[in-house]
Design a protein around this ligand. Structure first.
Ligand SMILES: *Cc1c(COP(=O)(O)O)cnc(C)c1O
Length: 495
């Protein structure tokens, strides 16, 4: 069967999977969604015998139907290889009555690696399939994590270049070091004198510049985006929920068809949407628990039916979830309207014009799969300390938001279903907040002393991603004014 994709905001265009991956965003500003969510065509007994890569193929073949078996397997094998420090790719750790699905064993020790290690291969394959003759230039503005994960994913991928702009004084020392030590002949990292918004506006302006596009075309290049709304990032994230269920079943932790809960620390709503797609594909899931930090716009949405971004932006210890516009929520909204593109467009227009929208009672009825919750900074620190003291297991601040919300949910709902908690970053990535949660005495240590101490108390090896940057040489030292971003890109591409 050939599965096609359409926009959430109009009904007139149908595209193939590879076209949707290449385009990223639909021309009307909507997101691409599959016209139907396919059902798994292998059962749990079969899945439980498969490797991560084999499960990945079973899921992706149903969504990327215009890829040949060989193309898809090739992408999967290039992505999920020795870059991950465990053959399981996404292992489960049992602690304090829950199963932590560790999504941080890739190159940059955060869950963005799960999708960004395969996206470059899906993109280059899609370009070939559609006879795009140009090399792909990935242009990204980053506040830290996405930039490094995209750099690692695209480094030395033939037919691509990646250019990352970051605010010179607006990322953590570890994040900066991770980026400026990036290897690969096709990687470019530039600090700008400005903040993240300046970087993001500069990138957007280049994407929308028709003159630049023509110049690029002449030079043999075209821009593309590694943004989290690309369907090529969403689908690979479904895989690990199917895989996690199959491992629980294989290891006798759950009975056949037993319903489980899934708890996800949420920002842009991509990761939890993937869990929802997994449920719709036939994975036995009871509740999808959406965990927010103090930026609890989603909690308010699930409890009131109104989405309202008109509020202060709060900086927290889980920065990758500091978001007021959860872009991927649009795909869920589209579904609960009963696939009504004009209604979805109306709500999204209201969001961009007034900063809010309200869904109807009928739409709210369709949100019963979800449960919203949030954790304050204090709750987050407390649960890190508690789980460490009870079990010796150390979780990062993002995962801790989910763990705290799960505790609250269990208590309130008296629901004792088994739960998988998406563990989205290694504690080493946020070592200072994590260690301070356990004991403020650590605050006097330097960044690398903290890392050594974390290794000792958690009895885990320091990940290669961290070990490497201790001594890695700086390979990128370019800095430019925000106003000169375009000329910097033109220099790099020799336009
Ligand atoms: C990006 C990110 C999240 C949020 O995921 P979404 O898909 O944007 O909801 C949570 N935790 C970490 C560590 C992240 O990097």
């Amino acid at each position: 069967m050939n599965l096609l994709y359409k926009s959430t905001r109009s009904d007139d265009t149908l595209v193939t999977a590879s076209q949707a991956i290449l385009k990223g965003l639909a021309e009307d500003g909507g997101l691409f969604v599959p016209t139907v969510i396919p059902t798994l065509d292998v059962n749990m007994d079969e899945l439980s015998k498969m490797t991560y890569q084999e499960v990945a193929y079973e899921v992706m073949k149903l969504f990327f139907t215009d890829f040949t078996e060989e193309e898809l397997k090739n992408c999967i094998h290039k992505a999920y290889d020795e870059k991950f420090d465990t053959e399981e790719i996404a292992p489960l750790a049992k602690a304090e009555g829950a199963y932590y699905l560790e999504l941080f064993h890739g190159a940059t020790i955060a869950f963005k690696d799960m999708a960004l290690s395969i996206l470059p291969h899906l993109l280059t394959t899609s370009a070939k399939k559609n006879n795009a003759k140009n090399d792909i230039v990935i242009l990204t503005a980053t506040s830290g994590d996405t930039g490094k994960a995209a750099l690692a994913g695209f480094a030395d991928v033939e037919g691509t270049k990646i250019i990352v702009f970051y605010p010179k004084d607006g990322v953590s020392p570890i994040q900066e070091k991770q980026m400026v030590t990036q290897k690969g002949d096709n990687t470019y990292v530039i600090g700008i004198k400005g903040n993240f918004d300046d970087a993001q506006s500069g990138v957007k302006a280049m994407f929308n510049n028709k003159e630049l596009a023509a110049k690029m075309d002449k030079g043999g290049y075209q821009f593309s985006s590694a943004n989290s709304i690309n369907i090529g990032r969403l689908v690979p994230q479904i895989v690990y929920y199917v895989y996690a269920y199959s491992r629980l079943y294989k290891n006798g932790e759950i009975a056949k068809n037993e319903l489980i809960n899934i708890v996800v620390p949420t920002g842009n709503f991509g990761n939890i949407l993937a869990a929802y797609y997994a449920k719709n594909m036939g994975v036995p899931v009871n509740k999808l628990i959406c965990a927010s930090n103090d930026n609890k716009v989603l909690f308010d949405f699930f409890s009131t039916g109104t989405y309202d971004r008109n509020r202060d932006f709060i900086l927290t210890s889980s920065p990758s979830m500091d978001i007021l516009i959860s872009s991927n929520l649009e795909r869920l909204i589209y579904r609960i309207t009963g696939s009504d593109a004009s209604k979805t467009k109306e709500l999204m227009d209201s969001l961009s014009n007034k900063g809010n929208y309200e869904v109807t009672v009928k739409m709210r009825d369709q949100l019963k799969d979800f449960e919203g919750g949030y954790a304050s900074e204090g709750d987050t620190a407390d649960i890190i300390k508690k789980i460490y003291e009870d079990t010796g297991y150390v979780i990062d601040t993002h995962t801790a938001v989910a763990a705290s919300v799960y505790e609250q949910y269990k208590e309130a709902a008296k629901d004792s279903s088994k739960a998988v908690i998406a563990s989205t970053a290694s504690p080493y990535k946020f070592a200072r907040s994590v260690m301070n949660s356990i004991d403020m005495k650590y605050d006097s240590l330097s960044d690398f002393e903290l890392i050594d101490e974390l290794s000792k108390i958690s009895n885990t090896d320091i990940p290669k991603a961290i070990e490497e940057i201790r001594t890695a040489p700086v390979l990128h030292d370019k800095v430019c004014d925000a106003a000169d971003m375009q000329s910097t890109v033109e220099d790099i591409l020799k336009l």
